[in-house]
Design a protein around this ligand. Structure first.
Ligand code: ADP
Ligand code: MG
Ligand code: ZN
Length: 585
């Protein structure tokens, strides 16, 4: 049966081989054994249940938590010529009945359902008639309270399965795999002696980087302006930050939309749609955005502030480069973010034991931000995977920043903090160094300090950023609380005594080269997508367009060799893409 699976992989999906653990997972399911597959975001879990669905008799139920995204998944299958549908509360009752009847009549191979639906009367009546061979539970960690996406309705799945006249094979899929969650999935979904597959967590096509002490707004603006047209997500910690950053970027006419739980439902849906369709390819969002978003051509994920733990970070960052093409995952670190995250933990976690647990997890992210070791190694080690070599594809392995000596500037700032008795915040310190002449400064007699106006050639913002850099490097520290005060850090004395040099790395931006054909194909894809009323990545992925640029196919047979081109899509779009490639000079 595995050879049939291989044949389908090429014919329907257009891929030449299984990736990572996919082959094993498919084989296990096809041998009718319950299977738990733990694979990182972007590894290709969907294929692991879609291929068995095509080979089993009868239908496959896919249980998925996010009704807003089911339509996309069903559209994607439609593009491949696979008959499927979805059933959830976004449909009117008459439509639900119709779809259920069509399902019972055998019109569909895959049926996506929201877990709430399983216990609805209409479904209960019909389930006796449905020939369900296989149930795939996507985002299976939602069943566990230990995870960050707990959905109570997932707890009803096990009872549903045991109420079926014939027990189908059950597959569970997730990217989150702490031991507690794994145990919960097996127990609470009622998996029957499951085979468990944990595939490697490494995502070699992702570039990881941490930037400390940069001006975040400037960085993001500059980054986006150099990458016009590329899709990416910027994660901020609070709704307020999302609003502010999105508004700033929109002022610069960047194609940005936003998403957070404080917005109206309709507006959120509209923005998500604009993002999926590349109308507004840049999304500024809180962590409320992203689960189940399968957009494959996301090229960068920027964390505008510190994520709360490594699990959340890897899951969010993993949304870049699902198509296997290069993706960048950039974390902008500022020590003040720790204070915010601690506050959020205090507000939401009440049990002291759990709270300590969460603080510990936060510390792991802070350590990640400060390590000088390979970032990928650090990430993978956190998830229990040992890797021998440095990766050569993270900001610590591939440090292409310019190093400048800022010892003198550092001494100025440190002595100013010292002379201000460590009793002021970063903003006041910056004002004194700049030589701001305002009432408050005069009242506090800060203009009489010997460090007053020591750095007039810098802007206030530059001084504030520099203070941020000194904090990030441990030369300065911040007190906790709502208005943190700047203190001297452990390394300050050596610098003040001239015994230690302070070096700062300045990012030199690489300009991204684009081949003219790629851009042309991307535009063609967008035109077709709009005509078909679908998101562009469902027509072809970035990886597929990239390969077209490399192979430059001249006829249908050679176009079919491109990864991601199967027979149905070849028939639908082959001619247009061939024409564009052949006419490109
Ligand atoms: P996950 O659910 O594990 O996060 P998806 O199922 O959304 O990942 O798949 C991510 C991307 O990888 C999709 O664009 C999919 O088409 C692509 N993909 C999956 N399997 C393969 C494969 N064997 N070869 C090439 N691309 C693949
Ligand atoms: Mg998925
Ligand atoms: Zn590395």
């Amino acid at each position: 049966m595995l050879s049939e699976a291989q044949a389908l992989l090429k014919k329907v999906f257009g891929y030449t081989s299984f990736r990572g653990g996919q082959g094993k997972v498919v084989k296990s399911i096809l041998s009718k054994v319950d299977t738990l597959a733990i694979m990182p975001t972007g590894a290709g879990k969907s294929l692991c249940y879609q291929i068995p669905a095509l080979l089993f008799p009868g239908i496959t139920l896919v249980i998925s938590p996010l009704i807003a995204l089911m339509k996309d998944q069903v559209d994607a299958l439609g593009e491949l010529g696979i008959p499927s549908t979805f059933i959830n509360s976004s449909l009117r009752p008459a439509e639900i009945r119709q779809r259920l009847e069509d399902t019972a009549a055998g019109y569909y191979k895959l049926v996506y359902v929201a877990p709430e639906r399983l216990t609805a009367d209409s479904f209960a009546e019909l389930k006796q008639k449905l020939n369900i061979s296989f149930i795939a539970v996507d985002e299976a960690h939602c069943v566990s309270q230990w995870g960050h996406d707990f959905r109570p309705s997932y707890r009803k799945i096990a009872a549903f399965i045991s109420s079926l006249p014939k027990r189908p094979v059950v597959g569970a899929f997730t990217a989150t795999a702490t031991p507690e969650i794994k145990a919960d999935i097996i127990k609470l979904l009622g998996l029957n002696l499951p085979q468990v597959y944990v595939s490697g967590f490494d995502r070699p096509n992702l570039y990881f980087s941490v930037l400390r002490g940069v001006n975040k707004e400037d960085f993001v603006l500059d980054y986006l302006q150099k990458r016009s047209g590329k899709a990416g997500i910027i994660y901020a910690a609070t709704r307020k930050d999302v609003d502010k950053l999105a508004e700033m970027l929109q002022r610069y006419k960047l194609p940005v939309s936003k998403y957070h739980a404080g917005m109206r439902k309709a507006e959120r849906a509209e923005n998500q749609e604009a993002f999926l369709r590349d109308d507004l390819p840049i999304m500024v969002a809180t962590n409320a955005f992203g689960m189940g978003i399968d957009k494959s051509n996301v090229r960068f994920i920027i964390h505008y502030s510190l994520p709360k733990n490594m699990e959340a970070y890897y899951q969010e960052a993993g949304r870049a480069g699902r198509d296997g093409e290069a993706g960048e995952c950039i974390l902008l670190y500022h020590p003040q973010d720790i204070i915010l995250q601690k506050y959020l933990i205090e507000q939401t976690v009440y049990s002291p034991r759990r709270r300590q647990h969460e603080f510990g997890k936060l510390q792991a992210v802070v350590d990640y931000c400060h390590t000088s070791k390979c970032l990928r190694q650090t990430l993978l080690a956190y998830f229990g995977e040992q890797t021998a070599d440095n990766c050569g594809n993270c900001s610590n392995c591939r440090d292409d920043r310019e190093i400048i000596d800022v010892t003198l500037e550092a001494q100025k700032v440190l002595s100013c903090v010292y002379r201000m008795w460590e009793r002021y915040g970063a903003n006041m310190v910056a004002q004194v160094l700049k030589g701001a002449n305002n009432k408050k400064i005069r009242q506090l007699k800060l203009d009489r300090l010997s460090t007053y106006a020591l750095m007039p050639e810098y802007s206030l913002q530059e001084i504030r950023d520099f203070i941020g850099f000194l904090i990030a490097e441990g030369y300065l520290g911040l007190t906790e609380g709502k208005y943190p005060l700047v203190k001297l850090g452990p390394a300050a004395v050596a610098v003040l005594k001239g015994k230690r040099q302070v070096l700062r790395k300045i990012q030199v931006q690489k300009t991204v080269e684009e081949d003219g054909l790629f851009e042309k194909l991307r535009q063609l894809r967008k035109e077709i997508a709009d005509r078909e009323n679908l998101p562009p990545y469902l027509i072809f992925s970035d990886a597929t367009l990239r390969q077209m640029c490399e192979i430059r196919p001249i006829d249908k047979a050679s176009l079919l060799r491109v990864s991601g081109v199967g027979e149905v899509k070849l028939a639908k779009y082959g001619d247009e893409f061939l024409a564009a490639i052949i006419s490109h000079k």
